[in-house]
Write a protein that binds this ligand. Structure first.
Ligand SMILES: Cc1ncc(COP(=O)(O)O)c(C=O)c1O
Length: 393
């Protein structure tokens, strides 16, 4: 028996990826599953992006690339942030990675020492605590579960948890699982508090193009100019461009941190996929029509969801402002049906209705369920019909 490292023994499997396996198993048994668990767009990658990938293959762009990404892609990333947020980043600040998940992983590996505290939002995206623990860091939660300010991302919730051991805070806006966006003033307050103390503010903005408000996305790298090196952005093409399988993300940090991350990437994965990088250039620099269409459709689904959930009653939620998840409190029905927790409710729904929902416990919020609307309107209608009949027999 191989003796596993102490590090990996503390790591738990991703509950959301586990659901993908369960779905495959059930489908193999011939069941038709309505999947509201998915953390990925139901849309195909837009044609122009796919074509750029095909062209890359045909043009033999199939070899190793510079570790931190090709110049053409860095240029497209720079142009995007300049146009959207007025940020004039340098190539040396950008590290393109195989997915933002890996980008965040190497970022944390580059800054967290054993014993350091990293503040993670609660409810949290499932990988944050595991990544922090893997670095030997301690996870501290910034609680955003207060019922009177449901899921609102506030500076105070982070600042109240800061200590002399805090090395970094992670902000996820729009949030997975709540869809809430941290207002510019709150983010500025947090950055202004953190930077004089050498606390790094890491902003995961991978859903920033999937928003349903008219407010512009606050620019973390520009909000507090004197914060300089103490703000880092981690981003992704997965959600915006329906490119989850291409594995393409990137980060913008100060140059020394980008150099350190590049070193880790050099010795772990060499570079992000060459073909995906070419496709990403087209995604960022090409026509954005497909993104607008997808976001409009997500918005339509969100509004439909809200109407139907209101109709069912006794489910409290905060209307998501971005991303494609509804995160709702099902405590009433957990109690009414005599279940112990959200896991039991989700399992019963899966067994009886063939519907996948993710238990809130996976995000540190028992009593809740996460319902993804990155699935077809037809499935959403059918799923909500079944759910309504189940909850209100
Ligand atoms: C909040 C958040 N950050 C990062 C990621 C990772 O995305 P990717 O590695 O595909 O870029 C996800 C994926 O679900 C996410 O929800």
């Amino acid at each position: 028996m191989v003796e596993l490292s102490a590090r990996v023994k503390t790591m738990t499997s991703s509950p959301t990826l586990k659901l993908v396996q369960i779905k495959k198993q059930l489908e193999a048994q011939g069941k038709v599953i309505l999947d509201f668990g998915a953390g990925e767009p139901d849309f195909p990658t837009p044609e122009n992006i796919k074509n750029a990938g095909v062209e890359a293959i045909r043009g033999n762009f199939t070899k190793y690339t510079p570790t931190s990404g090709i110049a053409e892609l860095k240029k497209a990333i720079r142009a995007t942030y300049l146009a959207e947020q007025g940020i004039d980043a340098k190539d040396a600040q950008i590290v393109v990675s195989p997915g933002s998940k890996y980008g965040l992983f190497i970022l944390l590996q580059a800054v967290v020492n054993p014993g350091d505290e990293v503040i993670v939002p609660l409810p949290y995206w499932v990988s944050y605590p595991e990544m922090v623990k893997f670095c030997g860091g301690s996870v501290v939660f910034a609680d955003h579960l207060q019922p009177e300010r449901r899921f609102q991302l506030t500076a105070a919730s982070y600042i109240s948890r800061c200590s002399p051991r805090t090395k970094a805070v992670i902000v996820n806006s729009p949030s997975n699982p709540t869809g809430k966006i941290m207002a510019g003033a709150e983010l500025a307050e947090l950055i202004a508090f953190c930077h004089p103390q050498g606390i790094l503010v890491i902003v995961d903005d991978c859903y920033r193009k999937i928003m349903y408000t008219d407010e512009p996305y606050p620019s973390p790298l520009a909000l507090v100019p004197e914060a300089g090196e103490q703000v880092a952005v981690v981003s992704s093409l997965s959600k915006t461009y329906a490119m989850t399988g291409w594995r393409l993300g990137y980060s913008i940090t100060c140059e020394p941190l980008a150099a350190a991350m590049t070193k880790i990437q050099e010795h772990s994965t060499s570079n992000p996929c060459s073909i995906s990088q070419k496709a990403a250039v087209e995604a960022l620099a090409g026509d954005q029509g497909a993104v607008c269409a997808m976001v409009a459709e997500y918005r339509r689904r969100r509004d439909y969801f809200a109407r139907r959930v209101d109709g069912i009653g006794n489910i409290s939620y905060a209307l998501p402002d971005g991303a494609f998840y509804f995160f709702a409190d099902f405590s009433h029905y957990i109690g009414e049906k005599g279940f112990q927790d959200d896991n039991q409710l989700a399992m019963d729904i899966l067994e009886k209705l063939n519907i996948i929902l993710v238990p809130g416990s996976a995000f540190g919020a028992p009593g809740h369920l996460r319902i993804s609307y990155a699935t077809s309107m037809q499935d959403i209608r059918e799923g909500l019909d079944k759910l309504e009949a189940y909850l209100k027999p």
